[in-house]
Each structure stands twice: as structure tokens, then as C-alpha cells.
Design a protein around this ligand. Structure first.
Ligand SMILES: NC(=O)c1ccc[n+]([C@@H]2O[C@H](COP(=O)([O-])OP(=O)(O)OC[C@H]3O[C@@H](n4cnc5c(N)ncnc54)[C@H](OP(=O)(O)O)[C@@H]3O)[C@@H](O)[C@H]2O)c1
Length: 279
């Protein structure tokens, strides 16, 4: 049987494109999304590009344990194995830390971190039994550097880095690899959703000028965001690789930013970010 790949969060963005690309390359793709009302477009596109027989669309909200259990059962009954798990579902909660409630923080972590952990834990027994598997977590440059206005998102992606490192070491003896893709800014719906959230917060306060600068910066970054194909190509590279690495860096300026942060004193980083915000 072809390699079986499960992807979370496939109603749009990376998950949507990864599903189509892998299915058309002959993988058996189980595309999961939290509402099947959003599945029509993916199914139609799969039909158009001739890969609909390689794609199964199934409901799964990564924050709902019973959804995850049902999908595990579905995979066992229909495929009997899972070769690759791609933890992609996520969203970006931005805004000024002081005004973001703990409930909102919890929701961010429930999806971006605990969702990844729940889904991974649910599928690991199958991979462990097989003594093979690949887990690909979609991380971010925000998991390597914390920028203003992004603290919940950055914290969740920093946590995903630590989780991925530890998990990789735990699973190496079972021939299961864990990789994390550290992506820069890509043109998906994540921006539009994040901006909506920032927009509704603090408008007349100490932070208001700062916030509007952050907002403008985010708008500029989103307009300059790259084509998601670069991330899709990295995913394919990992799927094909015999020995996937832990980290894959992709995106404009991402490698340089990570490198500079590793060698420069923090005070210089602060200065550079401050200047960028002023400009
Ligand atoms: N685009 C970038 O610049 C960028 C950069 C670095 C990392 N990333 C990461 O890439 C991943 C995909 O984001 P994207 O850019 O492709 O954005 P996107 O177009 O907004 O896609 C996010 C997907 O995650 C799904 N999702 C959110 N919460 C979920 C939940 N509780 N259960 C199941 N699915 C859920 C969304 O479903 P709904 O449609 O139902 O909301 C959507 O399908 C995220 O983890 C994000 O942090 C993105």
C-alpha cells in the first residue's frame, strides 16, 4: 500500500496545499479539518487534478479528544498503518500581552501545542508498533525569536520547539523521526485571521500608537509574504528523506535572523527591532 499521511488543519493554507501535492504524488492522504463544511473546495480541486482516489477528508478538531480517537479508529480500520503525521493546524493570536486574557492564551496553546501533543500521542502507538514513522511539526520563525505583538503565538511555537527536540530523542530508538519546519511569512489565511483579532483590541490607550505601528508592520509583512510552495516543497523533501533532520528553516531572511540572534548580544537585536518599528 502507498504511504499513508495524516495532515491536520487542511481547510486552507499549507494543509490544503500539502494535501493536494502529496495526494498527486501518490501518497494516500488523510486530510483532516475541524468542519467538513469547508471540505468541498479541497475535494473539487483533488478531483480536478486527478488525485481524489488518494485523498480521504475526515473531521478532526485537534482540541477535541473524541474527534482524535475517532480518526485513530478510522485509520486502523481503513489503512492499518500511518507512515507520516503532519501537525499543521494552528492559528496566530496577536495583540498586546497585557490585554490578552488567560482564556485566550489557553485557547492558543490548546491548538498550537496541546493539539499537536494530543494528536501525536494518539498515533504514536501505531508508529511504535510499526517501528517506523515520521512526524512533521509546522513551527515558525516565531518559535526562535519573540517579536512584539505576537507573544501568545511565539510562546506556543517556542514550546513546540522544545517538545519537538525532546520527542525526537525519545523516538529515535523506534525509528520514528520528528522534524520541525521553521517557516517565515507565507501567503495564507493566517494573516487575515490574526489581523482581525488585533484590530478589535485596545484602541485608545498607552499602547495605541505602538499598536498601530505593529499593525502596519504586520500588514506590510503579510503583503510581502512568500508563496507557500516553498513550505510544501520542504514537506515533500522530508517525506522522501531516509533520515529527516530535526530542523528545516525556510523563508525570506529566516536563516539570517536565527543566525544573528545566536551571535549578537540581545541589546543589538533590541536596537534593530526598535529601528524597524520606527521606520
Ligand atoms: N502562513 C505563515 O506565514 C506561517 C508561518 C509559520 C508557520 N505557520 C504555521 O502553519 C500552520 C498552518 O497555517 P496557515 O498559514 O496555513 O494558516 P491557515 O490558512 O489559517 O490554516 C490554518 C489551518 O488550521 C486549522 N485549524 C485551526 N484551529 C484548528 C483546530 N482546533 N483543529 C483543527 N484545525 C484547526 C484551520 O481551520 P479553520 O479553517 O477551521 O480555522 C486551517 O485549516 C500553522 O500551524 C501556522 O502557525 C504559518
Amino acid at each position: 500500500m502507498n504511504k499513508v499521511v495524516l495532515i491536520t488543519g487542511t481547510s486552507s493554507g499549507f494543509g490544503y496545499f500539502i494535501s493536494l501535492e502529496l495526494a498527486s504524488k501518490g501518497y494516500q492522504v488523510v486530510s483532516t479539518m475541524r468542519s467538513l463544511n469547508n471540505s468541498q473546495q479541497l475535494k473539487e480541486e483533488a478531483n480536478k487534478v486527478g488525485c481524489k482516489n488518494n485523498m480521504d477528508v475526515v473531521k478532526m478538531d485537534v482540541t477535541i479528544e473524541s474527534d482524535i480517537r475517532d480518526v485513530v479508529q478510522y485509520i486502523k480500520e481503513n489503512y492499518g498503518k500511518i507512515d507520516i503525521l503532519i501537525n499543521n493546524a494552528g492559528y496566530c493570536l496577536g495583540g498586546i500581552s497585557e490585554f490578552i486574557t488567560v482564556k485566550e492564551w489557553e485557547r492558543q496553546f490548546a491548538t498550537n501545542l496541546f493539539g499537536v501533543i494530543s494528536v501525536t500521542n494518539a498515533f504514536l502507538p501505531i508508529m511504535r508498533k510499526q517501528r517506523s514513522g515520521k512526524i512533521i511539526n509546522i513551527g515558525s520563525i516565531s518559535g526562535r525569536i519573540g517579536l512584539p505583538g505576537l507573544s501568545p503565538y511565539a510562546s506556543s511555537k517556542f514550546a513546540l520547539e522544545g517538545y519537538s527536540e525532546s520527542l525526537r530523542l525519545e523516538l529515535l530508538p523506534f525509528n520514528i523521526s520528528v522534524s520541525i519546519i521553521e517557516a517565515g511569512s507565507y501567503n495564507t489565511k493566517i494573516w487575515e485571521k490574526a489581523m482581525k483579532n488585533i484590530d478589535t483590541k485596545v484602541t485608545h490607550h498607552d499602547y495605541s500608537k505602538y499598536l498601530s505601528t505593529l499593525y502596519k508592520n504586520a500588514e506590510t509583512t503579510s503583503k510581502k509574504a512568500s508563496n507557500p510552495i516553498e513550505v510544501i516543497n520542504i514537506v515533500q523533501k522530508i517525506c522522501r528523506s531516509k533520515r529527516p533532520r530535526l530542523r528545516y528553516i525556510v523563508g525570506n531572511g529566516v536563516r539570517l535572523t536565527i543566525f544573528l540572534k545566536s551571535i549578537l548580544p540581545w541589546s543589538w537585536i533590541e536596537y534593530m527591532i526598535g529601528r524597524k518599528l520606527k521606520n
